[in-house]
Design a protein around this ligand. Sequence first.
Ligand SMILES: Cc1ncc(COP(=O)(O)O)c(C=O)c1O
Length: 400
Amino acid sequence: MPVLSPSVSQIGASPASILRRRARELREAGRDIIELSSGNLDFATPEHVVAAAHAAALRGETRYTDVDGTPELKAAVRAALQRHNHLTYAQDEVVICNGSTQALFNALLATVAQGDEVIVPAPYWAPYLDQVRLTGGTPVIVPCPQNNGFKLRPSDLRAAITARTRWLIINNPVNPSGAVYSPAELSDIAAVLLQHPDIWILADGLYEHIVFDGLHAPTLAEIEPRLKLRTLTVSGVAKAYAMMGWRIGYAAGPAALIRAMINIQSQTTSCASSISQAAAVAALSGPQDLLHERASILRTKRDLFAGILNGCAGLSCELPEGTFYLLVCCAGVIGKRATDGREIRTDRDFAAYLLEHADVAVFPGEDFGLSPYIRVSFANAPPTIEEAGRRLKRACAALQ
Ligand SMILES: Cc1ncc(COP(=O)(O)O)c(C=O)c1O
């Protein structure tokens, strides 16, 4: 057995990869599993984006690029940040990474020392925690329950800050709840941060374009320019343009931090894929109407699925303002028993019950730091949503 480092010993495989593997095993055994757990959109990558990748490959853009990304993609990212967030960044204030996952990790690795604390509002995207732990830091989880709209309250942030706090990670819109911070809510959070000049802000806006009813999900630097010098604005093309597998994310922030992140990247993975970078230029610089069109399709699916779920015994959910997830409260099934006598004690038990007895894969809220909930995706075809709804309804009704 290899001896694992202390930081690696603290982390495990991501819940997403474990669930994906189990769903695949069941499928291979002949079961028809509906995956409501996926972070993939069911849209195709736009054709003009695929064509740009193809053309780049044929042109011979198949070599390493600069570690920090091609000048063309960095310019396209800067233009997008200007267009969408009214944020101006110089070329040396932007880095292109292998997905925003890498941007987040490089930033933490560049700044967090043993024992430093990183504030993470819960519910959260689980990798934040293990990324912090890998750097030797300690995640400080701040619960943001449903009666707070699943959002961080300024008073709770203030109470979580200590002399060791290095970062606040703030995700807008929030995976898994779909909550969207308004400009006023972010201003109130900014007011607390202005009193603590040593805290950095990691603003993860990966779902910024999946918002409903004409909403805008702002990022902190746009709301409070005085925080821009210590904010890292992170986003990517994965969710906006259905380019999950192309692995292009980016970060924009102070040049010194960006330089440190580039140094880490140069020694670990080097540049992101040259072909994917060409595709991302086409996505960010091409027609943007599809963002609204796709958000409006997702809104219809949200309404369909939320209606079905609210009709399932023991489940309830509110309509999220963004993302393609519903965080469904399952308090009403906790304490009930399946027909085989097994008690549903936790949301993890409930998710296991749904996978094994209803052929539906969902994430338990525990994986996002808030129980008792399950997270389901509505980025599926309406017939799939309806079939999933029938299975969930039956499974809930069968509990006693
Ligand atoms: C909140 C959040 N941030 C970051 C990521 C990472 O995305 P990617 O590395 O594909 O850009 C995800 C992926 O699902 C996410 O949900």
